[in-house]
Design a protein around this ligand. Structure first.
Ligand code: G3P
Ligand code: CA
Length: 312
């Protein structure tokens, strides 16, 4: 996250040349920022209304949406580019798969219309009490979260969409231009929207297309960490097009000085993913998050367990 998110100075937000407004700092700002990863995804099926609503109830500052594009060009909330892990697509559309390089059956979102996707059950895989949950569009996520928390979308698989002649950055910018999301009003003193991607080209394009929207460069591999976090000069270069670094948490543990370099370059740091099911050597997820916030001095973090976030 950028200084925009932490401090919210008087800001001019220009989105696709449409929105221009100034905002004032809010007395409600807090210094540590909770991003609910796929919603409150430890307790409810990821990217459903149930998960997003629970995240808000549990005090999320931001709710994350991973975004994919349907056959008819609609942004939907899904971590995976395919449907089989989190829906009953194999039952509803048994013949609509393609075989991947390993001969595995895959049902790509990009091969289904929104109307078809809306027929799928996106809750039962997680638990019977969530049967009937539906996949959400980006617009539905905006409506559900409704200014009660910030939006933190990740543009998934841009290279896959490029190969299909779909520019997911352009699709997202067009969705913003339709104006469903109020990008001019801060939420608890912070920017209402932050965008993230693992793809360097995508983050660079976002810097051009939506220059005033904070953007996270996600870093998930050792190769990416070597490219961007192995020296202070590399981090400074990253700051020329990103406003925040989102490393896998192990990368921060292995190279904690990167946080100092990031702050010196004007970048914030938002590691992922903190979950009660995987806390490494820490006794619990709250202790793990506290270590990252208080000792390693990260600015924000992604967690599946918003209720376990250490506010102080
Ligand atoms: O976007 C932060 C984190 O969510 C990245 O990992 O695979 O859960 O999208 P993933
Ligand atoms: Ca994500």
């Amino acid at each position: 996250m950028s200084d925009l998110m932490r401090l919210v100075p008087a800001v001019v937000m220009v989105l696709t040349g449409v929105f221009i407004t100034s905002v004032a700092p809010s007395s409600q700002s807090t210094s540590r920022i909770l991003v609910a990863h796929r919603g409150a995804s430890a307790y409810a099926p990821e990217h459903t209304l149930a998960a997003y609503r629970l995240a808000i109830e549990q005090g999320a500052d931001y709710v994350e949406q991973d975004l994919a594009v349907t056959k008819d060009g609609v942004l939907v909330c899904s971590h995976d580019l395919t449907l089989e892990r989190t829906t009953d697509v194999e039952t509803v559309f048994p013949d609509r798969f393609v075989l991947d390089a390993k001969d595995q059956k895959r049902w790509f979102i990009a091969d289904f219309t929104l109307e078809e996707i809306k027929r799928l059950d996106a809750g039962s895989w997680f638990g019977a009490t969530f049967a009937g949950e539906r996949m959400l569009t980006w617009d539905e996520a905006v409506a559900a979260i409704g200014g009660r928390a910030g939006m933190y979308p990740e543009l998934k698989g841009p290279e896959v969409y490029r190969a299909r002649n779909i520019d997911i950055v352009a699709v997202f910018a067009a969705a913003l231009a339709r104006g469903k999301l109020d990008v001019s009003t801060p939420i608890r003193g912070r920017a209402p929207l932050v965008i993230q991607s693992f793809d360097e080209q995508t983050v660079r394009e976002l810097a051009k297309v939506l220059p005033k929207v904070p953007r996270t460069m996600l870093i998930g591999s050792e190769a990416m960490a070597e490219r961007w976090l192995s020296s202070e000069a590399r981090v400074r270069e990253l700051a020329s097009f990103a406003t925040d670094i989102g490393p896998a948490k192990q990368i921060v543990l292995g190279n904690p000085v990167m946080v100092t370099w990031a702050h010196a370059a004007g970048l914030t740091v938002t590691p992922y993913t903190f979950r009660s099911a995987d806390t490494g050597t820490f006794p619990d997820v709250t202790a793990e998050m506290r270590h990252f916030l208080d000792v390693l001095r990260v600015d924000a973090l992604f967690t599946d367990n918003p209720d376990k976030f250490p506010r102080k």
